[in-house]
Design a binder for this molecule. Structure first.
Ligand code: FAD
Length: 415
């Protein structure tokens, strides 16, 4: 592993810092980065304002090609930029689904008109995008999706009917990218078509889902006779799985790049120093120290795995499957650390007052949000399947429905 910047990387870091110093305030010691709570309209506006400023300084979507407004930055430069930006009190990046996953999909599979129309406004944060993939019966097994796309013979438009779920940010998005079932007679992966859909089009109904932590970060989205022009099709008819894979590869890369947010091991350590247990600082208790040592060991393991990935990226190599391991271990550990923090807070750990600041509610919020982290971007079990097949070389899962026409795949009463 190489922990040091090369001279070029150090120069790039310096350039980023200089711009950030001139445009943002550094976080104070112990100050937490801003996150997206429920007060959306105001926060969305602030995030858009910051994104516009970054675009003016050419610090938005820096890995995008220059022809689309990026600076062709290398993956390691992107890591450096994110490290530096995270040291400043700036609004949360609510654009990652569009800029990190959907924009890159349009660059590969979109038409020139689509790239012209959408990418610049996406980069500037003027139009926000959501990912309409998961359905009530299609999550890990995304190719089981059922939202129908039927061609209207007279106009050539497509008519969408069906339901998506867990759509992050749909309530403030202008555009969504949706995978649909366009040919139920074809095999499962073969009859899928991918579209850009206007989230304000007639027939689109967005219903926020109230989560256990009280926030509404994601939604159910219903489509009833929604008309989509053929010009909004991304890729060929019935070839949408190819585009979906591009989106999912980019999702994995952005999750692998880390930045799960929330309180850290250092925050847990400070909590154990501050709280009392049996008349002494909790950190002096041997059982507490044992738990802390366990979290420290795993935190360091994750940190060094991250460095290994960075070293591979820095040398222009493709990182291995360690991002699946980091996701599996990191998401579980964040949940366990939050549970332990609440234990240390004893009776108060179970309390959460809406009047508390983000800082005061940090561990409660982390505890309630942690189960979602074990599902989003691939569940624990899916990560284990990837590790089993790609790292350990175990035989793949049996996929008995792979070559059946989709309409013949046995299902429950929803078909
Ligand atoms: C915070 C968050 C944000 C999200 N944002 C979006 C979004 O913006 N857009 C979007 O489209 N989706 C989004 N999702 C949905 C996410 O993609 C799905 O939750 C995920 O793909 C899992 O699908 P599922 O919830 O339908 O669970 P299922 O796939 O139904 O899984 C149910 C259980 O079965 C297990 N399981 C499934 N398949 C296997 C297998 N082959 N082997 C072993 N076990 C298996 C799973 O691990 C899980 O425990 C989001 C989810 C979360 C939590």
């Amino acid at each position: 592993m190489d922990f040091n910047d090369t001279p070029e990387e150090a120069a790039f870091r310096n350039e980023a810092r200089t711009w950030l110093d001139a445009n943002a305030r550094p976080l104070a010691a112990g100050e937490r980065p801003l996150s997206l709570a429920d007060d959306r309209a105001e926060q969305v506006a602030k995030a858009q304002e910051w994104q516009g400023r970054k675009a003016d300084g050419r610090w938005a979507c820096i890995t995008w090609p220059t022809e689309f407004g990026g600076r062709d930055a290398t993956p390691i430069q992107n890591v450096i930029w994110k490290q530096e930006e995270s040291r400043y009190a700036v609004p949360p990046n609510i654009f990652t689904i569009g800029q990190g996953m959907l924009g890159p999909t349009l660059m590969v599979h979109g038409t020139d008109e689509q790239k012209q129309r959408y990418l610049e406004k996406m980069l500037r944060g003027e139009e926000i995008w959501c990912q309409l993939f998961s359905e009530p019966s299609a999550g890990s097994d995304l190719a089981g999706l059922r939202t129908r796309a039927t061609r209207d013979g007279s106009s050539g438009d497509w008519i969408l009917d069906g339901q998506k779920i867990w759509t992050s940010g749909a309530q403030y998005c202008k555009w969504g990218m949706i995978v649909t079932r366009s040919d139920p007679d074809a095999a499962k992966h073969a009859g899928i078509t991918y579209f850009v859909v206007d989230m304000q089009a007639p027939g689109v109904e967005i219903r926020p889902i109230r989560q256990i932590n009280g926030a509404t970060n994601f939604n159910e989205v219903f489509f009833s006779g929604v008309r989509v022009p053929d010009a909004n099709r991304v890729g060929a008819v019935n070839d949408g799985w190819r585009g979906a894979i591009t989106t999912l590869m980019n999702e994995r890369a952005s999750i692998g790049a880390g930045g799960a947010g929330g309180p850290t091991y250092e925050d847990l350590l400070r909590l154990a120093e501050r709280l009392e247990l049996n008349g002494a600082p909790a950190i002096e208790d041997s059982a507490v120290r044992e738990r802390l040592a366990d979290f420290y060991t795993r935190t360091k393991g994750l940190q060094y795995s991250g460095y290994r990935t960075l070293t591979a990226i820095s040398r222009g190599q493709t990182p291995g499957p360690e991002s699946s391991m980091s996701k599996l271990i990191g998401a579980a550990m964040r949940q366990q650390m939050a549970a332990f923090a609440l234990e240390l807070q004893a009776g108060c750990g179970a309390l959460l007052d809406p009047a508390w600041s983000e800082d005061e509610a940090a561990w409660q919020t982390a505890y309630l949000g942690a189960p979602g982290g074990r599902l989003a971007g691939g569940t624990d079990e899916v990560m284990r399947n990837i590790i089993a097949e790609r790292v350990l070389g175990l035989p793949p899962e049996q996929r008995v429905d792979k070559n059946l026409a989709f309409k013949d795949v046995p299902t429950g009463p929803q078909s």
